[in-house]
Design a protein around this ligand. Structure first.
Ligand SMILES: NC(=O)c1ccc[n+]([C@@H]2O[C@H](COP(=O)([O-])OP(=O)(O)OC[C@H]3O[C@@H](n4cnc5c(N)ncnc54)[C@H](O)[C@@H]3O)[C@@H](O)[C@H]2O)c1
Length: 448
């Protein structure tokens, strides 16, 4: 997306420049020497790895890390040594911004506090790169939209799921008109129960902290479909239930380390066997009571394991979506059914194969036209090679061209969570929920 379109779509008067107003953009460009100043807020596992240690190793020559912030002083101390950026650390965000004057905050806090960090950061003159989900409910989303409009700062949401090369190929094929106008999308994502366990153990299991998997996880999936269809959601109807974890469990303890049921519990997990997780979490519980190995059968888990939704899009397409959270399989099936044919793929979460196959079947099966198979190698790096591409654009060369619009805007971040928020409300009320009216954003028929 070019700069003019970005401003039009976000209402950001100040545009997309990731530079603090206390410094002159012209001077930076002219001298070509000043590195952009970043601060990392939230030094949990995501922060210290992808946006900490890995960022410094792979992009340290392009950026300055000028501050680390976390509300837990012990985790912050560990992060300081582990990341090795050698910059000051803060438990107070305001103090960090005042003293270190970062251009950009990287937000990797718990989902429920993203809005506080984003709003404070923008009000104090920073641009924002935030982890997904943007936030967890429509009220916080509106507060972010309002603050962005007031301040004119830029927000990028790190939807790394847009970047794997085979997904870029899917997007290209759809944009080329291969499948014609898309009537329906079938999209079914499975999470292995050993993976689901990690969500159930932590704040992700509590709806008011992670928005439920409808928001925390499905934000990625709804964003992919919004992006592929180049249209925004109009209405959502959904079902969901919790069948095995939380209060449905046969017994429960305080946490794995102190539990009396370890011998018979299929989800017993010893955090002390993982030195990094122990140092980050178990060793710092006394500061804030954050328990990393909570019982997956604790009573206050109120999210779902199985999720089914139908989403009607502004352009007339309909998405049939499911997120099955308690299976013995990690992976997904996706198909786009268009007026000219069907484009589909089945992708393993932990692939044995080194490539993805996209299969296009022309609509008229009585002609001689054969299905076409597009084979795309997985690239090196996280998420089938998507993460390094996203990081290059964010940290190495922000002016890199983006013909497929892979870099996600604030609007994209809002629209993807609104699908999940509407699904959550639909489950609770038993009725379809409109996207229009949840925030001030009116869904569009065409995004780009
Ligand atoms: N894109 C992806 O594939 C992906 C993968 C993993 C995590 N994430 C996202 O990254 C974020 C962090 O995940 P995590 O697993 O590291 O979580 P975590 O709970 O391990 O870490 C969050 C950290 O934020 C700190 N914190 C909470 N509120 C704060 C505040 N107001 N100010 C400063 N620090 C605060 C906590 O003390 C904790 O150290 C989440 O939003 C998550 O959704 C994205």
């Amino acid at each position: 997306m070019d700069r003019r379109k970005f401003i039009a779509s976000t209402g950001a008067a100040a545009g997309a420049l990731l530079v603090n107003p206390t410094t002159s953009v012209a001077t930076n460009r002219k001298s070509g020497t000043r590195k952009r100043r970043f601060a990392l807020v939230g030094t949990g596992i995501r922060g210290v790895n992808m946006f900490g240690k890995d960022l410094m190793k792979d992009y340290g020559q392009y950026i300055d890390m000028v501050g680390l912030c976390d509300t837990n002083p012990g985790r912050l101390k560990f992060a300081d040594g582990y990341i090795g950026a050698g910059c000051p650390t803060f438990t107070n965000l305001e103090e960090l911004i005042k003293k270190q004057k970062p251009d950009v905050l990287i937000v990797t806090t718990e989902d429920s506090s993203h809005h506080e960090v984003i709003i404070k950061g923008m009000e104090m003159g920073c641009d924002i790169i935030t982890e997904k989900p943007l936030t967890i409910d429509e009220v916080k989303a509106q507060a972010i939209l309002d603050a962005q409009e007031r301040t004119g700062r830029n927000i990028i949401v790190t939807f790394n799921y847009r970047y794997p090369p085979y997904r870029a190929k899917m997007k290209e094929l759809i944009m080329s008109g291969l499948v014609g106008d898309i009537n329906t999308v079938d999209f079914h994502w499975n999470i292995h129960h050993s993976h689901l366990m990690y969500y159930m153990q932590r704040w992700h299991g509590e709806s008011d902290r992670g928005g439920s998997l409808w928001v925390h996880k499905s934000t990625h999936h709804f964003d992919m479909i919004n992006w592929f269809l180049d249209s925004e959601p109009q209405q959502v109807f959904a079902y969901a239930s919790l069948d095995r974890f939380g209060k449905k469990g046969p017994f429960r303890g305080k946490n794995c380390r102190s539990c009396a049921h370890t011998a018979k519990c299929p989800y017993y997990w010893d955090i002390n066997k993982n030195q990094i997780l122990k140092s980050l979490y178990a060793d710092n519980e006394q500061h804030d009571g954050y328990i990393r190995d909570n019982c997956v059968f604790r009573e206050n888990i109120d999210i779902y394991e199985k999720h089914s939704a139908v989403v009607k899009y502004m352009n007339g397409a309909v998405l049939n979506y499911s997120l099955t959270g308690d299976t013995d399989y990690d992976g997904y099936w996706i198909a786009f059914n268009g007026t000219k044919g069907r484009l589909e793929a089945r992708i393993e979460g932990y692939p044995g194969k080194s490539f993805a196959e996209l299969i296009f079947t022309p609509i008229d099966r009585y002609t001689d036209e054969k299905p076409k198979i597009f084979r795309i190698d997985f690239a090196r790096g996280g998420h089938w090679g998507g993460d390094p591409l996203m990081m290059d654009k964010l940290f190495k060369d922000p002016s890199m061209s983006d013909p497929l619009r892979q870099q996600a805007t604030l609007r994209d971040g809002v629209m993807s969570i609104l699908c999940g928020i509407a699904a959550r409300q639909s489950v609770a009320k038993g009725v379809p929920v409109n996207i229009k009216g949840l925030t001030s954003l009116e869904p569009k028929t065409k995004i780009s």
